[in-house]
Ligand binder design. Structure first.
Ligand code: NAD
Ligand code: AHE
Ligand code: ZN
Length: 375
């Protein structure tokens, strides 16, 4: 079957912070090792807003953002064997080739096969984009570019899922929910009976809460400057709330006092470097572990007294919750189908791709967790 270019409605980011432009984009056929996907549903994540803001050192314009989505394979390039047209899939910004040094290490979910291309908005084969408007190239984003009716991704970035799974829901398993769950299960490996602090109660923080709750007998403290977040967070297992605005003392001291010397595990789910410091320093002496999940702007750096680490606290980070994407996204879909993990509960809004600018506005209001767009 010969694949030809396709016209696709997409939301193009021409410049940082300027409204996205909905227009017809040409999507070239998939080359060797590539897959063209018809995206049916895509959600917005705060990382999309971050790159759009111009603060991402890897952000390139014009580009097509979006990385939390689900769709159906439309056509495949030469040599693609693991998926075929019609397969239901979730694009994965964190690839998994199973052959590179990273994949074979058994120590990380990061994959080295296509990262050099996805970081600069092109495809690996010819270091070019498959998107264009009037012949001018539009950059890819995170190897996914899901704010489009059609996208082209590397075959190592496609998870084939159960065709019975509702795509308008499981699109969330492309980023935020797995990131929070995996930060607990894979990165921190929280044990039963642990004391946990979560900084930031957006989708990622709530998924951390859900993951921590499944560890069993956990005491979970949620910290957020927006007290509107507390009602929902209770449903995700958060037992206690602290609003930094209610306290004079540094928030780490407040948490240490509340938790008999500090927490066993803390998670930063905001992307604020001073909160990252607080999250480390509220950990218990001798063993407390803090996981950085939030993404901080270009030029931002973390700091603490080395004594904090000398005395046993551990600082870690996580990308996509440490999940091996192609292998474990289908497994997460099954867990959702068996009602073992929440997904629907994070979806607060649904709109169309044409309303994407309105959806981004919502993301900055406290009431939105995930907004799912139909394309
Ligand atoms: P979100 O904006 O929905 O949630 C952030 C929460 O933090 C909000 O509830 C906000 O009120 C709260 N907050 C802001 N400043 C605060 C402060 N100083 N103290 C306490 N609370 C504060 O975002 P999200 O979609 O849940 O994403 C959270 C972060 O995780 C973002 O930085 C995103 O880029 C990042 N992220 C990382 C990965 C990864 O793989 N590491 C994956 C997905 C998202
Ligand atoms: N380009 C950004 C990197 C941002 C970042 O850390 N991204 C996370 C995923 S966020 C999803 O919402 C990630 O997976 N990082 C590992 C990787 O390989 O990019 C910057 O700040 O430079
Ligand atoms: Zn994301």
């Amino acid at each position: 079957l010969i694949s030809t270019p396709i016209s696709s409605i997409a939301a193009v980011a021409y410049e940082p912070n300027k409204p996205l432009v909905i227009e017809d984009v040409q999507v070239a056929p998939p080359q060797a090792g590539e897959v063209r996907i018809k995206i049916l549903f895509t959600a917005l994540c705060h990382t999309d807003a971050y790159t759009w803001s111009g603060k991402d050192p890897e952000g390139l314009f014009p580009c097509i953002l979006g990385h939390e989505a689900a769709g159906v394979v439309e056509s495949v390039g030469e040599g693609v064997t693991e998926v075929q047209p019609g397969d239901h899939v979730i694009p994965c910004y964190q690839a998994e080739c199973r052959e590179c040094k990273f994949c074979k290490s058994g120590k990380t979910n990061l994959c080295g096969k296509v990262r050099s291309a996805t970081g600069v908005g092109v495809m690996m084969n010819d270091r070019k984009s498959r998107f264009s408007v009037n012949g001018k190239p539009i950059y890819h984003f995170m190897g996914t570019s899901t704010f489009s009716q059609y996208t082209v991704v590397h075959d190592v970035s496609v998870a084939k899922i159960d065709p019975k799974a509702p795509l308008e829901k499981v699109c969330l398993l492309g980023c935020g929910v797995p990131t929070g769950l995996g930060a607990v299960w894979n990165t921190a490996k929280v044990e039963p009976g642990s004391n946990v602090a979560i900084f930031g109660l957006g989708t990622v923080g709530l998924a951390v809460a859900e993951g921590a709750k499944t560890a069993g007998d956990t005491r979970i403290t949620g910290i957020d400057i927006d007290s509107k977040k507390y009602e929902t967070a209770k449903k995700f297992g958060v037992n206690e709330f602290v609003n930094p605005k209610d306290h004079q003392k540094p928030i780490q001291e407040v948490i240490v006092d509340l938790t008999d010397g500090g927490v066993d595990y803390s998670f930063e789910c905001i992307g604020n470097v001073s909160v990252m410091r607080a999250a480390l320093e509220c950990c218990h002496k001798g063993w407390g572990t803090s996981v950085i999940v939030g993404v901080a702007a270009s030029g931002q750096e973390i700091s603490t007294r080395p004594f904090q680490l000398v005395t046993g606290r551990v600082w870690k980070g996580t990308a996509f919750g440490g999940f091996k994407s192609r292998t474990q996204v289908p497994w997460l879909v099954e867990k959702y189908m068996n009602k073992e993990i929440k997904v629907d509960e994070y979806i607060t809004h649904s709109m169309t791709l044409g309303e994407i600018n309105k959806a981004f506005d919502l993301l900055h209001e406290g009431t939105c967790l995930r907004c799912v767009l139909s394309t």
